[in-house]
Design a protein around this ligand. Structure first.
Ligand code: BTN
Length: 240
C-alpha cells in the first residue's frame, strides 16, 4: 500500500479523484487539514484539526460488482478499531459511526467512471480523534470525538495503522463476495432495527416515518411504511 501525506489540501477525496488514473490501487491519501472537506449530500466536513483523521483510499479492484458495499465495510472497520478503546460505537445506517448518539466518523465514497463504466472508488473517511469540547459543540450536528469519550488523548498514527490493517484484512473477501461477508459484524453495531425511524433523502426533504425491519444481504434497509407495506431504502439519512 502506498501512503501520500499532505499538511493541507482541499480534500483528500478530490485529490484521489483528480489523480485517479495515475495513482496506484490501494493508495492512502492522508491530510492534516482540508480546506474543502466534503461530507455526504454536499455538506461541509470541518477539517481544521490536525489531530483528527482525514483519509481517502483509492481503490481499483478488478471486480467492481460490490464496490458500493465498501462504505458500509469501512464503517465496520472504523467501529471495530474504535471498540479497542473501550467505547461502544454504533453504526447508523448506512455508514455513520456514532458513540452515545453523537457522530464520531463519517464516510464518503465517490465512484470514478472510465468510458462511462465504473472503474473504482475513492473512499474517504473522517474520524474525530482529538477535539476540545468547546470546538466540537460548534459543529451544527451532534458530534463527539474519541478523546472526549475516553478522557484520553488519542495517538493518531496508531489509530490510522489499526484502521488500515483492519480494513485490508478482509478487503479481498468483500470485493469477491460483498455485504454478506461482513453482515454479521455490521449488525453487531446497529441498534435501530425494530424501532421507528425517519428517512430523509436530502437535507430539507420531508422526513418519512417507518419501522426499520431489517438489513438485506446487499446492505439495503428494509422498512415498513404506515400502510404496513415493505419498502427497500437504497440511500438516505436515517434519523431516530
Ligand atoms: C459524511 O458526511 O458523513 C462524510 C464525511 C466524509 C469526510 C471525509 S474526510 C476525508 C475525505 N475527504 C473529504 O473531503 N471527505 C472525506
Amino acid at each position: 500500500m502506498k501512503i501520500l501525506k499532505f499538511n493541507c489540501i482541499d480534500s483528500t477525496n478530490t485529490y484521489g479523484k483528480t489523480n485517479f488514473d495515475t495513482l496506484e490501487d490501494r493508495t492512502a491519501i492522508i491530510a492534516d487539514e482540508q480546506t474543502h472537506g466534503k461530507g455526504r449530500f454536499n455538506r461541509v466536513w470541518v477539517s481544521n484539526n490536525s489531530s483528527n483523521i482525514y483519509l481517502s483510499l483509492v481503490l481499483k479492484p478488478q471486480n467492481i460488482t460490490y464496490i458500493a458495499n465498501l462504505t458500509q465495510y469501512m464503517s465496520v472497520a472504523a467501529a471495530k478499531v474504535l471498540s479497542t478503546y473501550n467505547v461502544q460505537p454504533q453504526i447508523k445506517w448506512p455508514n455513520d459511526v456514532l458513540i452515545n448518539n453523537r457522530k464520531i466518523c463519517g464516510i464518503l465514497s465517490e465512484g470514478v467512471l472510465k468510458n462511462h463504466k465504473p472503474s473504482g472508488v475513492v473512499l474517504g473517511i473522517g474520524i474525530n480523534l482529538n477535539y476540545d469540547p468547546e470546538t466540537i459543540n460548534k459543529i451544527d450536528r451532534p458530534a463527539t470525538s474519541l478523546n472526549i469519550e475516553t478522557g484520553k488523548n488519542i495517538n493518531k498514527e496508531e489509530f490510522l495503522q489499526k484502521l488500515l490493517n483492519t480494513f485490508f484484512e478482509n478487503y479481498e473477501n468483500v470485493i469477491q463476495k460483498g455485504f454478506e461477508t461482513f453482515k454479521e459484524d455490521y449488525l453487531k453495531y446497529t441498534d435501530f432495527l425494530g424501532k421507528t425511524v425517519y428517512i430523509q433523502q436530502r437535507d430539507n426533504d420531508k422526513k418519512e416515518q417507518y419501522i426499520a425491519k431489517k438489513i438485506d444481504n446487499n446492505g439495503n434497509l428494509i422498512v415498513i411504511d404506515s400502510q404496513n407495506k415493505e419498502k427497500i431504502i437504497y440511500s438516505g439519512d436515517l434519523i431516530y
